[in-house]
Design a protein around this ligand. Structure first.
Ligand code: ZN
Ligand code: ZN
Length: 653
């Protein structure tokens, strides 16, 4: 059965457009006299300062400024811009003082420039100082402040000030709406801000601003960040006019919220519907992410061709997305080749390469790339450490992982976040070093959260550690009350420990309607079409050929010594019944389907939304030898490359 079919030949436009970065709106220059003595005539010194600023010679410009008693508004504007470009806070503050002494401190135009400058210099205290001292507060000054605070991640402050602005009676303009919507997601505690975002949405509708493309696109973005895909999709559908940014926002929303099918479908719709605006680099990044999520190699290649034709292949985020796509489709060597061709590699390019090797289980290679990156003078980011620690975890490199984790703060001044702790717990737990894993959690400076407890529970599942698993689960049940996956994991552990009463109790709890159950699902791409298989608890004939082959394989493999891992079945049933259930697992259906539909020498590529179970793992190993077929399976954790009866993970996943 297939749920999604991508057209085999999409007519892709053949010409290129140029990507123009969006610049913040420019408030109109105010021209009023600030104080009677201030002159607006452009003296020679003024002209000299302006031209020095344009040449980038700030030091000299400041020297001339000290001899100019009457600088003009334009002179100050250029000086402020220069200080921002030169990233010099002391110079910025001296220009600011100078301007105040010359009576320009109530000039709203310069106030917006000062706010933008201090925002660029990351000096939010100064941003607030400028704003608080400005009595003439036009909407432009408010907008400048909202923009600066949003960029600094101070969303809640923006929303407080926005309330104040409404109270004073200053009407919002389209930029205000854009900034306050962005402010709703520029904060750590997203849940409380969703309500505020919805309130602003209502106000936009009341003000009749819902036909503005820019505002509505920001709304789509906001709902996407909150994970409210339905809301985003409703706003998007209702937009009377859509531009490339709105299409990209909605495609990104699907790609980032676990709906890669929908992302590809919408991209296809975009290609059919828009005649005057073509996908840009931002669109391509999301589309490539969707291909990566589905391991849709043929689709990905098609997109790659399009990227090349449009000349988007030199844009760094696109090359990184291409690398990730190839790596996640099992083509590590292509990812490496693309990386080699990138001229100026940024931290994202390096991160992509590190995680590519990581998910394929090449931990030492990932560490080597990390060292190369440092050698090339690129500073690691928080994502780099998630990638490299993840790589250590997949390869069981405990000591290396511990060393890297220690170096985060000591050498790179990066404080470990929840994700890094989760990696460490995973690494230590998988290596059966639970005392150390527990110690890591105890010593955490931040709340462990579901990621860390989830890692611990996952590791307990591998080693069947009942007591610790119960502790981790009780925290998870509180933190993620609707996630059925945690109940299933604990039930798995009980089943392995033969604690059938507990398994029964878990199955009862799992029936609660509030629990969101994720069915096991596997995808396979055959001749540019995606096919999806869902696990069935009972073995019902659906695709006769697939099932017939499975039964045949299973019988012959048994004769050759293959033993079923029936312990993974969560029921206390007889062995034969367990075997029937195991044969219904989605990855087995996909493997069988792949064997039927691929040519000799062609590899089978499968993606699975959950972790591969032990039985499917050993089944696939056996099939790879028995049918002489290379099979690549990417499960939720990593890559498994099955060949000649072995798996690249070395049974460690
Ligand atoms: Zn399975
Ligand atoms: Zn494996």
């Amino acid at each position: 059965m297939w749920v999604f079919q991508f057209p085999q030949s999409v007519q892709l436009p053949q010409y290129t457009t140029h990507f123009t970065p969006r610049t913040p709106p420019k408030p109109p220059a105010c021209s009023f006299t600030i104080k009677p003595s201030a002159t607006t005539t452009n003296t020679n010194n003024n002209r000299l300062i302006q031209s020095l600023c344009k040449q980038g010679n700030l030091k000299q410009a400041l020297k001339v400024l000290s001899h100019e008693p009457n600088p003009t508004q334009h002179t100050y504007e250029l000086l402020i811009l220069s200080c921002g470009h030169k990233n010099s806070l002391p110079d910025a503050e001296s220009v600011h003082d100078h301007l105040v002494n010359n009576g320009f401190d109530q000039d709203p135009f310069l106030a917006t420039k000062l706010i933008a400058m201090y925002s660029e210099l990351d000096s939010i205290d100064n941003v607030r100082k400028v704003f608080d001292k400005t009595r003439n507060r036009t909407i432009y000054v408010w907008n400048a402040l909202f923009r600066a605070l949003t960029l600094a991640g101070r969303g809640e402050e923006v929303l407080d000030l926005y309330r104040r602005m409404n109270k004073i009676g200053i009407p919002s303009d389209r930029f205000t709406y854009t900034y306050v919507l962005k402010a709703c997601v520029a904060s750590e505690c997203l849940i409380s801000l969703l309500k505020k975002g919805k309130e602003i949405h209502a106000r936009i509708l009341r003000d009749g601003c819902d036909s503005r493309v820019h505002i509505m696109t920001t709304l789509v973005d906001m709902y996407a960040r909150f994970g409210c895909v339905d809301y985003a999709s409703r706003v998007f559908s209702a937009m009377p006019v859509k531009n490339v940014v709105s299409w990209s926002a909605m495609i990104a929303c699907y790609a980032k919220n676990g709906k890669p099918y929908e992302a590809l479908e919408l991209f296809h719709e975009m290609m059919l519907q828009t005649h005057d605006s073509f996908p840009n680099s931002v669109t391509m990044v999301s589309v490539l992410q969707a291909c990566a999520a589905l391991a849709a190699l043929e689709q990905g290649k098609l997109i790659h061709g399009y990227v090349l034709r449009r000349g988007l292949d030199s844009i760094l985020p696109v090359t990184s997305a291409l690398m990730t796509m190839y790596a996640r489709c099992g083509k590590l060597e292509v990812a490496q080749r693309i990386f080699n061709q990138v001229d100026k590699k940024d931290v994202v390019s390096w991160n992509s390469l590190i995680s590519s090797y990581g998910i394929h289980g090449f931990g030492m290679k990932a560490i080597q790339i990390f060292k190369d990156m440092l050698y090339h003078g690129v500073s690691p980011s928080t994502v780099t450490f998630v990638s490299v620690l993840g790589a250590c975890s997949h390869a069981g490199l405990v000591d290396e992982g511990k060393r890297l984790f220690d170096s985060m703060w000591k050498e790179h001044r990066i404080r470990p976040g929840v994700e890094h702790y989760a990696c460490m717990v995973d690494l230590l737990g998988r290596a059966n070093r639970f005392d150390e894993a527990a110690k890591i959690i105890e010593d955490m400076r931040i709340e462990p959260g579901p990621k860390v407890w989830g890692s611990l529970l996952g590791a307990c599942r591998i080693h069947c550690i009942v007591e610790l698993a119960e502790r981790a689960s009780s925290r998870l049940f509180e933190l993620e009350p609707t996630n059925a996956g945690n109940y299933v994991l604990l039930a798995d552990i009980y089943a392995e420990a033969q604690m059938w009463d507990e398994v029964k109790r878990m199955r009862k709890l799992l029936e609660a309607p509030k629990l969101q159950k994720v069915p096991g699902r596997s995808w396979i791409e055959v001749k540019r079409k995606m096919y999806s298989f869902v696990s069935v608890d009972e073995f019902k004939p659906q695709i006769e050929q697939v099932h017939a082959l499975l039964i045949k394989l299973s019988k012959e493999m048994k004769e050759k010594g293959y033993v079923r891992q029936t312990k993974v079945v969560l029921y206390d049933l007889d062995e034969e019944e367990k075997e029937r259930i195991l044969l219904g697992h989605s990855e087995k259906l996909a493997v069988s389907f792949g064997l039927i539909n691929t040519n000799y020498g062609e590899a089978v590529r499968i993606t699975k939304n959950l972790r591969l179970c032990e039985d499917c793992h050993s089944f696939t190993k056996f099939v790879s030898r028995f049918a002489n077929k290379e099979i690549l399976v990417r499960d939720v954790n990593r890559f498994h490359h099955f060949k000649d009866g072995d798996c690249s993970c070395g049974d460690y996943w």
